[in-house]
Design a protein around this ligand. Structure first.
Ligand SMILES: [Zn+2]
Length: 265
């Protein structure tokens, strides 16, 4: 059940690029730089669903793969997010702290955020309105996107989950979640959008984590209303998926893990 350094991970790189996508996004395929246009992901959501919560990648390795991201910590200990290269944990108590480089994550994704498409978000937009706007802006349903939104919010509703001991699946943790109504606040929303075809690997659709400007509150986003925000999408056509090399992962039956959509919505 113990940790496995990134060097021992079995690395599977899915190289997905399409010139039509890049033409739509205003950038040719040749402009894709592996560093900026790669989404790095450790482990799979289906592994979390069945309770594979041992850390498999140190935060320091994630930091080398991107400056914007989200995930969780060993034992499903709260909500993890990375803003400007700094990793934060929002614990089930609601407290926010900076995560040390040697702490381990069982599941996380990061990218070097380079805004490709700016998104106009009117004041007073709620979460369904925001996702509809982003949907209308995304050039394709068959690509991966990172989202960064920052500024003032009229309302923000988040949750976090408690560390599982013994390890239980994501649904059990979500049943024990704490919910926070943050009210009017300023901060940064980190998000990703995945196509339906990633089911099992990651969460199809949107997944947002939030942290306030004063780094005092945040979590996995359940609802919001914007005030004055700036928003941008980063098209990341390259998915670098690092599968854990632990026997726990390699011997697990992930065929029945099902969809995590219910747990994360
Ligand atoms: Zn989350």
């Amino acid at each position: 059940m113990r940790v496995c350094r990134l060097g021992r991970l079995v690395v599977l790189a899915l190289l997905l690029s399409g010139s039509a996508l890049w033409a739509d996004a205003g950038r040719p395929a040749e402009a894709a730089s592996p560093e900026e246009d790669t989404l790095f992901q450790t482990s799979t959501l289906s592994a979390l669903m069945v309770g594979l919560l041992g850390g498999v990648v140190p935060i320091s390795d994630l930091a080398g793969q991107g400056d914007l991201g989200l995930g969780t910590l060993e034992g499903l200990d709260g909500e993890l997010l990375c803003v400007d290269g700094v990793f934060y944990q929002v614990s089930a108590s609601g407290a926010v702290r900076e995560v040390a480089p040697d702490e381990m994550a069982p599941f996380a994704m990061v990218t070097h955020f380079e805004p490709d498409i700016a998104v106009e978000v009117p004041d007073g937009t709620d979460l369904p309105g925001l996702t509809a706007l982003l949907d209308a802006t995304r050039p394709s349903d068959n690509a991966f996107y990172a989202v960064r939104i920052e500024g003032a919010f009229r309302a923000m509703k988040t949750r976090s989950v408690p560390r599982q001991e013994p390890y239980a699946g994501l649904m059990a943790a979500v049943a024990e979640q704490s919910v926070f109504e943050l009210g009017a606040t300023r901060g940064t929303l980190v998000g990703f959008w995945f196509p339906a075809f990633v089911a099992g690997l990651n969460l199809p659709g949107y997944h947002f984590h939030f942290v306030t400007d004063d780094r005092a509150a945040g979590g996995h986003v359940l609802g919001l209303t914007t005030d004055e925000v700036s928003a941008a999408l980063d098209v990341t056509p390259i998915l670098h998926l690092a599968l854990p090399g632990t026997s726990e992962f390699l011997e697990a039956d992930l065929s029945q893990a099902g969809s995590a959509a219910k747990a994360e919505k």
